[in-house]
Write a protein that binds this ligand. Structure first.
Ligand code: AMP
Ligand code: MG
Length: 489
């Protein structure tokens, strides 16, 4: 029924702990992502909901599964922690999907492991719902991300700031290897382990590096490129990860570990949602610099493989990290030019983007709608009421629009085409924090999952007009504002 093909479990034992998911009490399926199950080639159609709940809670282990908890370390808020690892997650195994891609299937919230430290190994319902919604919305917007295959109630209570219903998320990733996985071996001066892992990652994610004369530098470069692309994507849609610790950054370039993350409503680069981020380390506008910081740590873990000696390795790390910012800026400018409907990212486009962001900041304008409504403002005689409302009818807006239209005219494409292209990159529907919160509260307080399900359905089509769901486009009213999100660990 599931054709596992487990490669990570073939690595030396120091890479993981072999451990089975803890049985849970009373399983109940919340949601199964059928489209993803199909993509993975999982044959689940004949299974009852109870069967599915047992499978995706870990109560019944699928044949071929070789459950392991992965070892990793990481820098958390800048401080090194040598011993992290899957403290509440268990990798069931890997499958080759319909496109020939290797994918991990992992349970999150499935009990204690060697890496749990003082944690209970469990997950509360709220964070499971949040991750499900956010990751699937990100996927629908074309952002590389881990996916959510299933969510199950466990019938247990977990103790957080209060007693909460327990749940388990089944997460799918192109792999769960993190920068922190490399740090785990480097911190133990286990250079053989670093090399083994690097070879594994090259083989699994960056096979072209094998052809390079310097495969490990090529690996480093590839991760840098993937992350530059990822962070530019995040920022182009107003996403704030919230906890960009090195253990929450994949080498594949997929978004991972949706904890206290959120989409920004009104534009402000200093926006922070995480309740534990007191200094604003992981604020919206800091994300590129933090990614660069993390990639420096990645380089340092690889240094033995990068150059003949420490000095040369340090030079390579510096070069690559400075290239990261160049690449990020290229991707960011490209994404933002597309958001403005411009084919080429000329210098004027960069200035135009900066000026628009500044205008948004000055008016606390909603990030998502400022771009979405722009596609209705291409023609001079357009109805600008929606846009004007966001900017308090500032004359600067009109001046900006004139400059923008001039550039569009130079571009010379038909308005209808520009509008079409803009609407395909500027979502109308994002997982707004207050909507996510409402879905979570309905589930916890009333056992009502209809809000979660509706939100997920809306977010599958982020670029479409959905007049019946128009209110889901809107930012929160003042009483609906959610200022912080919590890890839920
Ligand atoms: P996070 O902040 O969620 O990325 O997790 C950081 C570390 O804490 C990882 O090693 C997790 O496995 C571990 N962890 C988080 N929550 C729990 C939990 N409830 N029980 C055990 N370990 C946990
Ligand atoms: Mg994590």
């Amino acid at each position: 029924m599931v054709n596992f093909d487990n490669s990570y479990a073939r690595l030396p034992e120091i890479f993981f702990e072999r451990i089975k998911p803890a049985p849970v009490k009373d399983t109940n399926l919340i949601r199964l992502n059928w489209a993803l199950a199909q993509e993975l080639g999982l044959d689940l159609k004949s299974r009852s909901d109870q069967d599915l709940a047992d499978i995706f809670s870990g109560n019944s282990l699928l044949p071929g599964s070789e459950p392991i908890a992965m070892a990793y370390a990481g820098h958390q808020f800048g401080n090194f922690v040598p011993h992290l690892g899957d403290g509440r997650a268990i990798l069931l195994g890997e499958v080759i999907d319909r496109n020939g891609k290797r994918r991990d299937i992992q349970l999150k919230g499935s009990g204690q492991t060697r890496f749990s430290r003082s944690g209970d190994g469990k997950a509360a319902l709220g964070p499971v719902i949040r991750e499900f919604i956010l990751s699937e919305a990100m996927h629908a917007m074309g952002v590389p991300t881990t996916r959510s295959l299933a969510a199950v109630m466990t019938g247990e209570t977990v103790l957080r700031e209060r007693e909460l219903p327990g749940a388990i998320l089944t997460r799918v990733a192109s792999s769960h290897i993190r920068i922190g996985t490399f740090e785990f071996f480097a911190a133990r001066e286990n250079w053989e382990g670093v090399k083994r892992l690097a070879d594994y990652v090259i083989d699994r994610h960056y096979p072209k590096a094998q052809l390079s004369q310097r495969p490990y530098i090529s690996l480093y470069e590839s991760v840098i490129e993937a992350q530059a692309h990822l962070i530019a994507k995040w920022m182009s849609i107003g996403f704030i990860h919230g906890v960009m610790n090195t253990d929450n950054m994949t080498v594949s370039g997929e978004t991972i570990d949706y904890g206290p993350c959120a989409f920004m409503d009104e534009y402000n680069p200093a926006t922070v949602y995480s309740s534990i981020d007191h200094s604003g380390r992981y604020a919206f506008g800091n994300q590129a610099v933090i990614a660069q910081w993390n990639l420096r740590i990645f380089g340092a873990s690889l240094y033995r493989l990068l150059g003949p000696d420490e000095k040369r390795a340090a030079e390579i790390i510096n070069e690559q990290c400075s290239l990261f910012l160049d690449k990020f800026n290229l991707f960011w400018n490209h994404e933002m030019a597309r958001k403005l409907g411009l084919a080429e990212c000329q210098k004027q486009a960069v200035t135009l983007v900066q000026d628009y962001l500044e205008l948004m900041h000055r008016h606390d304008a909603d990030f998502t709608l400022s771009f979405r409504y722009l596609s209705d403002a291409i023609e001079e005689r357009a109805d600008l009421r929606n846009l004007e409302r966001l900017f308090a009818n500032d004359s600067d807006l009109h001046q900006w629009l004139r400059r923008w239209r001039e550039l569009l005219t130079i571009d010379g494409r038909p308005f209808s085409e520009i509008r079409h292209n803009m609407r395909a990159v500027n979502p109308g529907y994002i997982p707004r924090n207050h909507r996510v919160q409402q879905s979570i509260e309905a589930a916890i307080d009333c056992g009502d999952f209809s809000k979660m399900n509706l939100l997920l359905e809306i977010l599958e089509r982020p670029y479409e007009d959905q007049p019946e769901n128009g209110e889901y486009m809107l930012p929160p009213k003042s009483e609906e504002h959610v200022l912080q999100t919590f890890c839920g660990t």
